[in-house]
Write a protein that binds this ligand. Structure first.
Ligand SMILES: O[C@H]1[C@H](O)[C@@H](O)[C@H](O)[C@@H](O)[C@H]1O
Length: 562
């Protein structure tokens, strides 16, 4: 039942007052953190039996791994659908009557990013109301419809329409999959499990490049490449018919019994008492956004995300990281590396591009292995300076290579020189340093927000990603022509330099913290020092607990052996 107008007005007023002061959520803990000058005193000590330590420390259950794997199919589709287009553009040839013009190629490529941008914005509105699972399933339908239209298309415009609709699916999936995973994962494994989705993206890109190259000379082979993309969303759709939404969403909707059932399944060692404690913890971190209808609630979340200081800090960080990921230029290589390598003079440029996609994928596996151990902040502070270095080296090397342009701004000819090889080596190093840090960390975005604005915040950040991808993919060739490859790579390097300063001063260490602790860190400032201390403390506590468990296990074995 909805509130009476008076009651609702009062609720909204209280809400707005509290958002002004920024103390609406987590009154006790956050106040203590602020009072103590952002020390970590109010947090549980090593011997505490708190939910944070027992549940968040637990190894992911089979159920969590299974759900993460299925959700990562969205990542795979994101990668596959953005990856196949470079080979398809070549393979389409004159399937639509005449060869594609440069402008048509741009439109076909950009249609998916544009569609993705639109749904990344809209989905933020709906995931918090309808749930993560139903919206994910709708994205599957959009993927399939988009693929079918493309497969059957005989004109450029139907192809563009198919890519656009598929983009709706890509945008929605790219928002929800990491959100779904982050909300399920125990905190000490959250980073890794979200990176699994990134492995889906980079693996999808690699496979799309590979299949595209393999079917290059098959008549209408590009239709097979597109047609294959129907299978993963169909599998994901059917699986999710039988699978749950996240406990955090269910608690938000007051469906506590369902939430309890799932918490029991996703956390190892979840006794009924711990499950109840976990639910209370989630409730405490969750402020219900008031409003009589969806629009009012959406509007109030928009206000909350901008006016509550900790929410706004989270928003600033999530969007900045996605912008840094895109504006430091990686996708220019993803989409145009074949063009660049052709310009430098390589005959089999698609094969050389496979090296870029392969490096991105394999280094993402490395990121998967270390993200929770090394920490997000440290990975960024190592990866960005190395990236900047190799961007500068690429810029310098391009100065020594002769590249010319035709009227369509496409890059042509040039001899393979020693500098050409040097550029490839530098690019591979650049891609590796990208993939170890900024290629993955921004997708941890959901952990920055409290669940009352998590969908909205993740949607702003995902939309930033797609705008960046759209801008870079539609301006890169023009930049090469107008400010030269040296100027273009120097510009990316300059943006990387600014990013380093931003991360150094603003991005706290969030690895190993529970989603509720992240909110405490972002209250009253960016609290870099506090976050580092807290993350370290959590890590040590975890190590000590593992050692204690191991010791107890050995002792038990010895007693049994007597
Ligand atoms: O994290 C992903 C990944 O790095 C992809 O390779 C890239 O194409 C995407 O734009 C990015 O969001």
């Amino acid at each position: 039942m909805s509130d009476s107008p008076n009651a609702h007005a009062k609720k909204s007023q209280t809400f707005l007052e509290s958002t002004d002061s920024g103390t609406q959520e987590y009154p006790t803990d956050v106040d203590s953190v602020n009072r103590l000058g952002a020390t970590i005193e109010p947090l549980p000590d090593e011997d505490s039996n708190s939910v944070m330590m027992v549940l968040e420390d637990s190894k992911p259950t089979m159920m969590v791994l299974f759900l993460t794997f299925l959700a990562s199919i969205s990542g795979f589709m994101f990668g596959y659908d953005t990856g196949y287009i470079s080979s398809a553009l070549v393979a389409i040839g004159d399937s639509f009557g005449s060869p594609l013009s440069y402008g048509q190629e741009q439109l076909i490529t950009a249609a998916t990013s544009l569609g993705a941008f639109i749904t990344a914005v809209v989905s933020g509105l709906i995931v918090d109301f309808f749930g993560r699972k139903p919206v994910l399933m709708v994205s599957n339908i959009l993927f399939v419809v988009g693929s079918i239209i493309q497969c059957a298309s005989h004109t450029v415009w139907t192809m563009i329409a198919g890519r656009f609709i598929m983009g709706f699916g890509v945008g929605t999936g790219s928002l929800i999959a990491p959100l779904y995973i982050a909300e399920l994962a125990p905190s000490s494994f959250r980073g890794r499990l979200v990176v699994l989705n990134c492995m889906g993206i980079t693996g999808g890109q690699l496979i799309a490049y590979g299949i595209g190259a393999g079917l290059d000379s098959v008549h209408n082979g590009w239709r097979i490449v597109v047609g294959l993309s129907i299978i993963p969303p169909a599998v994901q759709f059917i699986s999710f018919l039988f699978l749950p939404d996240t406990p955090r969403f269910l608690v938000m909707k007051n469906r506590l019994d369902e939430a309890a059932k799932i918490i029991t399944k996703v956390y190892n060692g979840a006794t009924p008492e711990l499950v109840q404690e976990k639910i209370r913890e989630i409730q405490k971190a969750n402020s219900e956004i008031p409003g009589d209808n969806a629009f009012q609630r959406y509007w109030n979340s928009v206000i909350s995300i901008h006016k509550v200081p900790s929410n706004f800090r989270a928003l600033f960080l999530a969007c900045s990281l996605q912008a840094i990921q895109q504006f430091t230029g990686f996708n220019s290589l993803m989409y145009f590396s074949a063009t660049i390598f052709k310009a430098i003079g390589f005959d089999n440029s698609t094969a050389v591009s496979l090296i870029v996609a392969g490096t991105n994928f394999f280094v993402t596996i490395l990121a998967f292995l270390i993200i929770d151990r090394v920490g997000r902040r440290r990975m960024l502070m190592v990866s960005l300076p190395i990236m900047m270095l190799f961007l500068v080296l690429c810029a310098i090397s391009f100065h020594f290579v002769h590249i010319s342009f035709d009227d369509n701004t496409a890059v042509v000819n040039g001899d393979v020189s020693a500098w050409g090889i040097v550029i490839i080596v530098f690019m591979v190093c650049y891609v590796a340093s990208y993939a170890i840090g900024i290629g993955n960390v921004p997708w941890q975005q959901s952990e920055l927000f409290p669940q009352s604005v998590r969908g909205l915040g993740a949607s702003y950040a995902t939309a930033t990603n797609w705008v960046g991808s759209l801008v870079i993919s539609s301006t890169f060739l023009t930049m090469l022509k107008n400010i030269t490859p040296t100027g273009t790579f120097a510009l990316f390097a300059a943006l990387a330099a600014i990013s380093i300063v931003l991360i150094y001063f603003c991005y706290p260490e969030l690895s190993n913290l529970s989603l509720e602790e992240v909110q405490m860190v972002l209250t009253g400032g960016f609290n870099i020092k506090t976050s580092e201390k807290l993350a370290k403390k959590r890590k040590e506590q975890r190590r000590a607990r593992t050692q204690r468990k191991e010791k107890a296990r050995i002792e038990e074995e010895q007693i049994e052996g007597l």
